[in-house]
Design a protein around this ligand. Structure first.
Ligand SMILES: NC(=O)c1ccc[n+]([C@@H]2O[C@H](COP(=O)([O-])OP(=O)(O)OC[C@H]3O[C@@H](n4cnc5c(N)ncnc54)[C@H](O)[C@@H]3O)[C@@H](O)[C@H]2O)c1
Length: 253
């Protein structure tokens, strides 16, 4: 699918990996809707790329439906959705204050997995109504998993479970949506320089960079965006989760 002239939606587009993706899409000639719970930052990003900002908490299904309908009616013909909205709090099952509160686990699953499914459910329904392109494609959905889906660290049960869920839904979703000409993919990033990473203590950030075989640094959001662009353009990619991690394998802690 050619990027120029496309309409795209990026959830979590106000920051980090989503922001870089919104910028790259716009740079390549796409019209972009930035959906984020942080409406002010979403507006800043949208203004800087001539896109549309839609403030929305994606765990509110009714609000998400309205946000996506607004994006579709403004941009017309959304064929790309990159789903970057997510949270990554760390918490032990058994901490000093006792067991993790169940709501804390549920919250991470709700934002990272249930809402990711909801975005896919609603966007694919919109895409299925579009005329197919010459290639037969109607759309591309890109989710964001994590290498924590495979080797989660101590304190990451909720986050790893949510990202494992995202990784696992890619193939069955791609198989099911194939009849509509919609491809489904995910990127499993390693450690990337975004506000989510900057929330960790500096020594933890340094040790994660040092644990990356090559290049010995954390990833740049533009590198995530570059893979998302390639996934959109290369129609043979489907039903796959691609690790983007410099070869790092997370240790237990
Ligand atoms: N940075 C990394 O090292 C890394 C590694 C692996 C996976 N990831 C994943 O990449 C994605 C993007 O992370 P990032 O590092 O860019 O983080 P980030 O915190 O910079 O950006 C996340 C964005 O999602 C938005 N968001 C959060 N909850 C939302 C909700 N309920 N509704 C709407 N928007 C919401 C935030 O406002 C923010 O703008 C996340 O899913 C994260 O789990 C990041």
């Amino acid at each position: 699918m050619k990027l120029k002239g496309l309409a795209a939606v990026v959830t979590g587009g106000a920051s980090g990996l989503g922001r870089a993706t919104a910028e790259a899409l716009s740079h390549a000639g796409a019209r972009v809707a930035v959906i984020d719970v942080n409406e002010r930052s979403a507006r800043e990003v949208a203004d800087s790329i001539g896109g549309l900002a839609v403030g929305c908490d994606i765990t509110d299904s009714a609000a998400l439906q309205t946000a996506l309908a607004t994006a579709e009616s403004t941009l017309r013909g959304i064929r790309v959705c990159v789903n970057c909205a997510g949270i990554g709090p760390a918490k032990r099952i058994l901490g000093r204050d006792g067991p993790m509160r169940l709501e804390e686990f549920s919250r991470v699953i709700s934002v990272n997995l249930v809402a990711a499914f909801d975005v896919m459910r609603l966007v694919s329904a919109q895409m299925a109504k579009l005329d197919p392109l010459e290639s037969g494609e109607r759309g591309v959905l890109i989710h964001t998993a994590s290498i924590a889906a495979y080797e989660g660290q101590v304190g990451q049960t909720a986050y790893s479970a949510s990202k494992g869920g995202v990784a696992s839904l890619v193939l069955p979703a791609a198989r099911e949506l194939a009849r509509h000409g919609i491809r489904v993919l995910a990127i499993a990033p390693g450690v990337f320089s975004t506000p989510m990473l900057h929330a960790l203590p500096p020594e933890v950030q340094q040790s994660l960079a040092a644990a990356t075989p090559f290049p010995k640094r954390v990833g740049r959001p533009s590198e995530y965006a570059a893979l998302a662009m390639h996934m959109i353009e290369n129609e043979m990619l489907n039903g796959e989760v691609i690790r983007l991690d410099g070869g790092i394998r997370l240790s237990a802690s």
